[in-house]
Write a protein that binds this ligand. Structure first.
Ligand code: EPZ
Length: 418
């Protein structure tokens, strides 16, 4: 079992390059099975979720080969359309293999993705959206079985701007004769990145970033070399870390425009943030003020994937903060662990009330999910004394090597293999 050991209390300094986005890489890799031409994805960040997605593609007959951080993909000989639960239990986002498999084979059979520790994460919007394209769907024996022989371009209205459902329907539509329009779709930057990737292989998708996306069906594809955008959640995590520890760090490849909601809140609490080219710098000299209220929303609202991290910050700021989690029903598991470090937090359903304390104290804590684990690392970096974090495999799903990153920023943190 691996743990992280952190000796807290040091200011952060230095600079770090941000890696490509997990939540871009996963749909882009899924979408690579649509084309029969060669694809090269550059700067692939090898998060454990990303490596699992390559295993899913291999199981379907896709040829993949890493050359350093470039990934060569050839789906010409892909011939399988079943994704079993060995995979879907490990990588929830395997659910958006449905759209690409329907595009390529007009059929798909994907095991039901488990819920995860942040909520039950239903897939009704995926199912309803694909049915709008006349896909016949059966759910039995733990599988979602799709028959797309009579699929056709159509209008799809999403009841909620679901990221995954938007991506699944985009990818299911790219080979349908005519025009498919998705209304009330998600506007995350990763959706725009997926559009750019799909267009690079020969698709005709437009409107991503707005709440209406249009897809014109194509029949032929072309070879593509593509570099995804950088990970705004990793970048946001590190900005918050500096807000907690104090100091001055520069994040290369952190696009300020993708973190406006967070940067607005950090400035409101007293941090100094500026941007030079594609580098964002944060300077924090004194203890920050609490942010009175934070509500997570679909993009461009405050991202739920930074909620646990900014909650950790509020445990040591001056004043009281109220955080409302609107996206997931159980994304406050971090609070019990933070309370063991001296935080003063009250959780009621989807609301957390945090009274800032002067200091956190190192303790032995357990990560229960990806972003909660990241929040515990941040708390350990600022706490007095030593913090040990267990179950850090959760963190590795979305941070390449969080301890190496923070060592580059002057923190005293190491991974202990026992
Ligand atoms: C994506 O998940 C991200 N994952 C999540 O990041 C992120 O938290 C989420 O979008 C919201 O931004 C990837 O992109 C791989 P949703 P996704 O469908 O697509 C409800 C991380 O830490 N919903 O937008 O699963 C759902 O319950 C992960 O990197 C339905 O009700 O998110 C939730 O309340 C965690 N029915 C809300 O919508 C559905 O069919 C947002 O879900 C689908 C979703």
């Amino acid at each position: 079992m691996e743990t992280l050991s952190i000796n807290g209390g040091r200011e952060l300094s230095g600079e770090l390059e941000i890696v490509t986005a997990k939540n871009s890489l996963l749909p882009i890799l899924a979408g690579s099975i649509i084309s029969d031409k060669e694809i090269i994805i550059n700067k692939v960040a090898k998060f454990s979720d990303v490596l699992y997605m390559t295993k899913i593609l291999e199981s379907l007959g896709v040829k993949l080969q890493f050359n350093n951080d470039s990934l060569y993909i050839n789906s010409k000989y892909a011939d399988k359309f079943v994704v079993n639960d060995d995979f879907t239990k490990k990588v929830r986002s395997s659910i958006f293999m449905l759209g690409p498999l329907l595009s390529r084979f007009r059929k798909a059979k994907v095991a039901y993705p488990g819920g995860c520790n942040i909520g039950n994460r239903p897939i009704n919007l995926h199912i309803k959206g694909l049915e709008s394209l006349n896909v016949k769907i059966e759910e039995k024996h733990g599988y979602i079985i799709c028959d797309g022989r009579n699929m056709k371009a159509s209008e799809v209205h999403l009841d909620f701007p679901s990221v995954g459902a938007t991506e699944n329907i985009m990818m299911a539509s790219v080979r349908l004769k005519g025009v498919t329009t998705i209304y009330n779709c998600a506007r995350e930057p990763e959706i725009e990145d997926l559009q750019n990737f799909l267009n690079s292989i020969g698709c005709k998708v437009s409107g991503a970033g707005s709440s209406t996306i249009t897809i014109e069906g194509v029949q032929t594809f072309k070879a593509s070399t593509f570099t995804p955008i950088n990970d705004r959640i990793v970048a946001g995590t590190y900005l918050i870390a500096c807000a907690m520890c104090g100091g001055n760090i520069r994040l290369i490849g952190c696009e300020k425009k993708y973190n406006q909601a967070l940067i607005g809140k950090l400035k409101q609490s007293g941090a100094l943030i500026n941007e030079k080219g594609n580098t964002t710098e944060i300077i924090v000299k004194n203890r920050l003020k609490s942010i009175p209220s934070i509500e997570t929303q679909p993009y461009p609202g405050f991202p739920t994937d930074l909620q646990n991290q900014i909650l950790a910050l509020q445990t040591i700021t001056k004043g009281t903060s109220i955080i409302v989690e609107n996206l997931y029903e159980s994304r406050f598991k971090i609070c019990t662990e933070l309370s063991r470090m001296g935080a003063d937090i009250n959780v009621k359903c989807r609301m957390a009330i945090i009274n800032g304390v002067n200091k956190l104290y190192g303790a032995k804590v357990v990560a229960s999910d990806l972003r909660g684990g990241a929040g515990l690392v941040l708390a350990g970096l600022v706490a007095e004394g030593y913090t040990t974090i267990e179950d850090i495999y959760h963190i590795d799903r979305g941070y390449l090597s969080i301890e190496e990153d923070f060592c580059k920023l002057n923190a005293d943190i190491k991974r202990i293999k026992s």
